[in-house]
Design a protein. Structure first.
Length: 248
C-alpha cells in the first residue's frame, strides 16, 4: 500500500503548530472543537498562514448543531469563503444538507465555485445524510475534492463496511478521507480494511488551566464550571505515534 496522507484536526494556532511539529501532512483548522469545529477567527488564520510549512484547510461552519443553514447563515459562509480565497488559503471544509437528509447540491456547488482555486472538502455532514452512496454521487456532481467520513457510524471501526464501499465507489473521482476515533491502536487496521489513502484524526489531551484565582460561582456560556479551567490541546507526541502506526 502507498503511504497514507495524514490530516490532523486542530483548534487554533497552538494546535496547528503542535500538529505541524508532530509530522502532519495537512491540518484542518477550527475553533471550538467542543462543538465539532467552527470557523476560526481571521487573526488565527493569518497567524497560521504566516507560520505554515504544510497545507491547512479552514472549516466554514458558522455555528454548532445541524447543517441546515438559514439564508443569512449561508450568506456568511459565502463571505468567509471569498475572504479566505483572497488571502490565498489552500483549502476549505464545508457541508450543507437539505431538511430531508440529502446533500444540498445548489449551496454546495455555489460554495465550490466561490472557493476555486482552493481545495474543497465536505466534512462529516456527509455522515448525517440518509444514503451514503447517493450523497457521494451528489458531492462528485458538485465538484468537491474529498469527503471526510467515519462511514456514517460513531467511529471508523464501526463504519468499516461503509468506508470500504465508499472508497470503491469513489475510485479516482473524489478522495475518501477516513476519520472517527482513530489512534495508534486502530489506525493501521482501519487503513488495511478499507484501502483509505487519506486519514484524519485529532490527537487531543486535556490539561488544567494556569488560572490561580477561580470563581466557583460562574460558568461562561452555561458550561460545566470545571470546563472553565480545562484546556483542550493537540499533543504532538500522540500525532507522531499515530502517524507511525498508520505507516507501519
Amino acid at each position: 500500500m502507498t503511504t497514507p496522507l495524514i490530516e490532523i484536526c486542530v483548534e487554533g494556532l497552538d494546535g496547528f503548530l503542535a500538529a505541524q511539529e508532530g509530522g502532519a501532512d495537512r491540518v484542518e483548522l477550527c475553533a471550538s472543537l467542543i462543538e465539532g469545529g467552527l470557523t476560526p477567527s481571521i487573526g488565527t488564520i493569518l497567524e497560521v498562514k504566516a507560520r505554515a510549512r504544510i497545507p491547512f484547510h479552514v472549516i466554514i461552519r458558522p455555528r454548532g448543531g445541524d447543517f441546515l443553514y438559514s439564508d443569512t447563515e449561508f450568506a456568511s459562509m459565502l463571505a468567509d469563503v471569498k475572504a479566505l480565497r483572497e488571502l490565498g488559503v489552500p483549502g476549505i471544509v464545508i457541508g450543507c444538507l437539505t431538511a430531508d437528509g440529502r446533500i444540498d447540491e445548489d449551496r454546495t456547488a455555489r460554495l465550490v465555485q466561490a472557493a476555486r482555486p482552493m481545495k474543497v472538502t465536505c466534512h462529516r455532514a456527509f455522515d448525517m445524510t440518509r444514503d451514503a452512496e447517493e450523497a457521494l454521487e451528489a458531492l462528485i456532481r458538485c465538484g468537491v475534492d474529498r469527503v471526510l467520513t467515519s462511514g456514517q457510524r460513531p467511529d471508523a471501526m464501526a463504519g468499516l463496511a461503509i468506508l470500504k464501499r465508499s472508497v470503491e465507489q469513489a475510485g479516482d473521482r473524489i478522495v475518501i478521507m477516513g476519520c472517527g476515533d482513530l489512534d495508534e491502536a486502530n489506525i493501521a487496521e482501519v487503513r488495511r480494511a478499507t484501502g483509505l489513502q487519506e486519514m484524519h484524526f485529532a490527537a487531543l489531551r486535556q490539561e488544567p488551566s494556569g488560572m490561580v484565582f477561580r470563581n466557583a460561582d460562574v460558568g461562561m456560556g452555561g458550561t460545566d464550571l470545571e470546563r472553565e479551567y480545562t484546556n483542550t490541546v493537540t499533543d504532538p507526541d500522540r500525532v507522531r505515534a499515530t502517524i507511525r502506526a498508520a505507516r507501519a
